[in-house]
Design a binder for this molecule. Structure first.
Ligand SMILES: [Zn+2]
Length: 249
C-alpha cells in the first residue's frame, strides 16, 4: 500500500474571513498564535493537490487539483487570495492510468483537471469518476455514499457539510489505515478548534459534525491522515489532539 501526494498549486486564505472568526470574538489571532502557518501578507497558506493510492492490484487517484489556471486575489471571494494551479501535469507520468478517480467534492480546487477533461494526462481517458451522492457534478460521474467500496480496502465515508456530497476515504491495509479527509480540514488549527468551519460550508452544523467524527477516527492508533490543504504536512497522525507530520509512502 502506497500513498503519494502530488502537488498542483497553492492558495492563500484570509484566516479571519475563511473561518468566519469575526463571529467568534474570543477566537485567537493566528498572526500571534500561529504565525508559522501564515505568509508575509498574513494569509493562511494552503496547498492544492491530488493523492495517488496504490494497492496490491489497484490504483486510485483522489482529487484533481485546480488545473492550469492562475486566479488573482479576491477574484472569487474576499476570503481567498491568489490561487495557482497546474503543477499536477508534471506528475502525469506518475499518475499513469488508474482504476478510478475519486473526487472528495466538486469544488474547483479538487476537481479542476477533471472538469477540463485532463489535458496532458494520457492515462485518464474513460476512467470512472466517483463523487458523493448529493454533490453538484457533471452527468456521467458515478455516485458513491457511506460504506461503498471503491476498490478492495478503500471505503467511502460520507462527511457532508463543506459541500452536500463531500466524502472522505478510509483505506485499510496490513499496517493500519489511512483516512483521506478532503476539506473536512483546511488547517491544523481545526484540531484545537473543530468548531471552526470554512465560510464556504453549505451546512456548518454538518461540517462540524463531520470534522468531529473524522478527528475521533484519527485519534485511533495506527491511523494516518491525509489532508491535502495542509501545506508541507499533508500526511500526519493525530496524537494528544495535535497534528504530527509524517512523510509520504
Ligand atoms: Zn479545498
Amino acid at each position: 500500500m502506497r500513498a503519494t501526494y502530488l502537488p498542483d498549486g497553492h492558495v492563500g486564505l484570509h484566516p479571519r474571513r475563511w473561518f468566519s472568526l469575526d463571529d467568534r470574538p474570543d477566537a485567537p489571532d493566528l498572526a500571534c498564535t500561529r504565525p508559522d502557518l501564515l505568509d508575509a501578507d498574513g494569509l493562511l497558506v494552503a496547498s492544492i493537490g491530488a493523492l495517488l493510492l496504490e494497492g496490491p492490484d489497484w490504483r486510485v487517484l483522489v482529487d484533481a487539483g485546480l488545473g492550469p489556471v492562475h486566479v488573482p486575489a479576491d477574484a472569487t471571494h474576499a476570503s481567498i487570495g491568489a490561487m495557482v494551479g497546474g503543477g499536477l501535469v508534471e506528475h502525469a507520468g506518475v499518475v499513469g492510468t488508474v482504476d478510478a478517480v475519486v473526487l472528495t467534492h466538486a469544488h474547483d480546487d479538487h476537481a479542476g483537471w477533471a472538469l477540463r477533461g485532463w489535458p496532458g494526462f494520457a492515462g485518464l481517458d474513460g476512467v470512472p469518476h466517483l463523487v458523493g451522492a448529493g454533490e453538484r457534478a457533471p452527468a456521467g460521474w458515478r455516485r458513491v455514499g457511506e460504506g461503498d467500496e471503491v476498490v478492495p480496502g478503500v471505503r467511502v465515508l460520507a462527511t457532508p457539510g463543506h459541500t452536500a456530497g463531500h466524502v472522505s476515504l478510509e483505506v485499510t491495509h496490513a499496517q493500519g489505515r489511512i483516512l483521506v479527509v478532503g476539506d473536512v480540514l483546511h488547517s491544523v488549527v481545526q484540531l484545537e478548534h473543530p468548531e471552526w468551519g470554512s465560510c464556504f460550508d453549505v451546512d456548518p452544523i454538518a461540517s462540524e459534525r463531520s470534522r468531529r467524527r473524522v478527528l475521533d477516527a484519527l485519534s485511533v492508533p495506527g491511523t494516518t491522515a491525509v489532508a491535502t490543504h495542509l501545506a508541507d504536512v499533508p500526511f500526519g497522525v493525530v496524537r494528544d489532539g495535535r497534528w504530527e507530520p509524517v512523510g509520504d509512502d
